[in-house]
Design a protein around this ligand. Sequence first.
Ligand code: ASP
Length: 450
Amino acid sequence: MKVVKFGGSSLADSQHFQKVIDIIKADKSRKVVVTSAPGKRFSGDIKVTDLLISYANAVIAGNDYENIVKSIFDRYQEIGEAYSVPADVLTSIHDKLVALPNGKYANDDYLMDAFKAHGERLNAELMAACLTSQGITAKFVDPSTAGIIVTDDPGNASVEEKTYENLGRISLGSDVLVFPGFFGFTEKGDIATFARGGSDITGSILARGFHASLYENFTDVNSIYAANPNIVDDPMPIKKMTYREMRELSYAGFSVFNDEAIIPAIQGQVPINVKNTNNPTAEGTLIVPEENFEIKSPVTGITASNRFAALYLHRYLLNKQVGFTLKILQILAKYGVSYEHMPSGIDDLTIIFDKNQLDDKTIKAMCRDIQAAVQPDNLEWIDDYAIIMVVGEGMRARIGTIENIIRPLADHDIAVHMINQGASRISIMLGTQESDANEAIKQIYNHFFN
Ligand code: ASP
């Protein structure tokens, strides 16, 4: 059987719903469907998830929210009416939306998550009704009934292992099961969502839980490309790649697939097929275990992300110091900050952070503590930082790839501040100034692909 997940743009309105219904109809093995919330219908439109966030914020602030509720309901109503779903389906969606402010929430973070989760929850109910009205018997499955248990970390929850036992108890019959993506329930019974884009994670969890033969992830592009099409003209489509190539690329900027979402599929060894709802017969990109991969080229993909910042420390004889890094790590732990990478030299250390978890106050306090604790000769916070990631299974067996990456940059006067070869030997990470990142991608791409 296959698990099929549809992203927000694939479920934005009734026309897109038709394409989704046709895709489900076309293959009887598509037994488990995962929905996102309705996404943008046109550029400038607002995703239902973002409308729900505004709704939650209005409730928290005690502001008026009637217009927001109307905008949200209109989205479901347009779809429901197009498929003539029974009246009580839309009434129930409306009632649930209106009742959200009356719920009991442990705190505002859980309130926010309960609101956000309803984008997918209501869309899955609607999808089950639309499928049924089109002759495919389908059942909505709530994550609480299915036992999708997640950590107490609203907005950034992770799945708990017992979810898989719970899913193992569900037997698949003739009905198509429709699950909402993006959220689960904590042990205490509160809704907690994954990070944004987290419906991909739900699809992957279900693919592992149901031992699917394939996890099809339907989005709005024909395939994943070797570089961002907004940076490189007409980049090469990637037909096949390994799990770990995808993980490294999505970590550093490939946004087609959520970077955490790959993990449950890897654990269950379920291949992933990223496909286009608007062109479902195109083969898309297949993401597979390393054993099923034949190396064809040195580099599979190149990406850049500017969500990073770096702390640079210099101290003579750093290599002789005992406990230097330990002291720094204790300070990071004190501020609840995780680091991404820590490349070092004999007298230097760079610590790279994900900026999303930091604010100015924390950065200042952290730097002050580090200055006091380890007394570096030089401490510099570098905000203007981009990480470029060049990824390919083909790099493992080949000598000299690094030269081919650096040469086009040197030829175009692009300074590289850091180079780090991943322990997996399938990626090379470069640190550059943010303003150089796009040009660097173009030059590296041209070198390897043109
Ligand atoms: N609707 C959620 C979001 O916009 C989750 C998802 O679409 O995957 O982030």
